[in-house]
Design a protein around this ligand. Structure first.
Ligand code: FAD
Ligand code: MG
Length: 320
C-alpha cells in the first residue's frame, strides 16, 4: 500500500499495473506503459499472436527465430526448469491451457487428459539455438508458458526505464510483483511500506506491512486464481510432476529479493517445495528473504535481515 501523490495505472497483463512516483511526470508514465505493452505483445500466451505463440504454433514443425529479450528469458526459464526436481517448468503450457484456471471455461480435466498433456511438458524437448536465437519445440502440441516469471522480468526492465529517465524513487506494481526503487520519500524510516494481502479476503484486508527499500516483493499464492468444484479448491500453480495444482500447507509465498525476476522464479519454486524444505534452501541463499503464509494461520519469516515485517492481523502468529 503506497500513499503518494502521483499514481498512474492501466489494465495490462491481465491485472492492474500501477506506477507511483514522487512528482507528476506523464512522459515517464507513458514510457513505462508503452514498454510493458511491447513486452506483453512479445510474451503473452493469452492471444493467438505473440513471439512466444509463434514458437508454440510451430511446435513439432520448425524452429522460430525470436528477439533477444524473448530468447534470453526462455533460456533462463529453461535452465531453471531443467534443475533436478524443479517445481518450475516453462513447458507447462499444455496443462495451463487444459485447466484454464482463472479463465473462461476453467475445468477439472480427467486423469487421462492430464496424463496425455503431461507427455507434452518435458523441458528437454525445448531446443535453443544460440547462434540464430531460434527456439524449437520438438513435439506437436507443446507450449511454452512464461506466466510465472514474465511479470518479474518486465518489472526489472521498467526499473531500467525509470532510471534512464532519472527517476530514483518509485514503485511499480504489476499485480503480485512489486518493485521499489531507492528509498521512500514518504516515511521517516525511508522504507517503502508494502501491504501483504490476506488470502481469500473479500475486502483487500492486509495481514501486515513489509518494509523495504530498493527491493522487489513478489507473491505466489493460491487465492488469486482458483475455483471450487465439489468443495475442493483448484488453483493455478501446477505440480509439473502430477499435472494437478500443488497441494501443501501453504496459502502463499512472498519473496523479497533484489531483482523481480529472481523473486518470481523463487516464489513459484519455494511454493512447490513447501515451508520446511524452502527454509532449508534459504539457509544457503541469504540474498533471498521470504514470508510464508500457512493455511493454519502461521507466518514463517526467513532471512529477516533484508526486511521488516509489521503484523496487523492478530489471527496470525509469527514463527521465525
Ligand atoms: P505465479 O505464481 O507467478 O505463476 C503462476 C502462473 O505460472 C500460472 O498462471 C501459469 O501460467 C504458470 N504456471 C503454473 N504452474 C507452473 C509451474 N509449475 N511452473 C511454471 N509455470 C507455472 N491474465 C488474464 O486474465 N488475461 C490476460 O490477457 C493475461 N495476459 C497476460 C500476459 C502476460 C505477458 C503475462 C505475464 C500475464 C498475463 N496474464 C493474463 C496473467 C497470467 O495468465 C497469469 O495468471 C499470471 O502471469 C500469473 O502470475 P502470478 O504472479 O499471479 O502467479
Ligand atoms: Mg512466480
Amino acid at each position: 500500500m503506497v500513499n503518494s501523490n502521483y499514481e498512474y495505472s492501466q489494465t495490462l497483463l491481465g491485472t492492474t499495473v500501477s506506477l507511483t512516483i514522487h512528482e507528476a511526470n506523464e512522459a515517464v508514465a507513458q514510457a513505462v506503459f508503452t514498454t510493458i505493452k511491447i513486452l506483453e505483445d512479445k510474451l503473452t500466451v493469452n492471444r493467438p499472436m505473440s513471439e512466444v505463440m509463434s514458437i508454440n504454433s510451430a511446435a513439432g514443425k520448425h524452429p522460430v527465430v525470436v528477439s533477444w529479450p524473448v530468447f534470453n528469458l526462455i533460456k533462463q526459464a529453461l535452465q531453471i526448469s531443467l534443475q533436478p526436481n524443479s517445481y518450475f517448468n516453462c513447458a507447462i503450457g499444455p496443462l495451463v491451457k487444459l485447466w484454464k484456471i482463472g479463465f473462461k471455461g476453467q475445468q477439472v480435466p480427467t486423469d487421462e487428459q492430464i496424463k496425455q498433456h503431461l507427455l507434452l511438458t518435458n523441458p528437454r524437448d525445448i531446443e535453443l539455438n544460440r547462434k540464430n536465437h531460434s527456439i524449437f519445440l520438438k513435439r506437436k502440441g507443446m507450449e511454452i508458458d512464461l506466466g510465472a516469471i514474465a511479470k518479474g522480468y518486465i518489472a526489472d526492465v521498467i526499473k531500467l526505464v525509470l532510471l534512464k529517465h532519472n527517476i530514483h524513487q518509485a514503485i511499480i506494481n504489476l499485480g503480485g510483483n512489486v518493485l521499489t526503487i531507492g528509498d521512500s520519500p514518504l516515511s521517516d524510516d525511508k522504507c517503502w511500506h508494502i501491504g501483504l494481502q490476506k488470502p481469500f479476503s473479500k475486502n483487500q484486508e492486509l495481514i501486515g506491512i513489509i518494509k523495504i527499500n530498493n527491493s522487489s516483493v513478489v507473491t505466489s499464492g493460491i487465492y488469486e486464481r482458483f475455483f471450487y468444484q465439489k468443495n475442493h479448491l483448484y488453483h493455478h500453480i501446477l505440480n509439473p510432476q502430477t499435472g494437478y495444482p500443488l497441494d501443501n500447507e501453504l496459502d502463499s509465498v512472498t519473496i523479497i529479493s533484489k531483482s523481480s525476476l529472481e523473486g518470481d522464479i523463487y516464489s513459484t519454486i519455494l511454493y512447490g517445495l513447501g515451508v520446511s524444505k524452502a527454509c532449508e534452501y534459504l539457509q544457503n541463499h541469504k540474498s533471498l528473504a521470504a514470508i510464508f503464509l500457512l493455511k493454519n494461520k502461521t507466518i514463517v519469516l526467513a532471512n529477516t535481515d533484508n526486511f521488516c515485517f509489521q503484523l496487523l492481523d492478530k489471527q496470525y502468529q509469527i514463527k521465525l
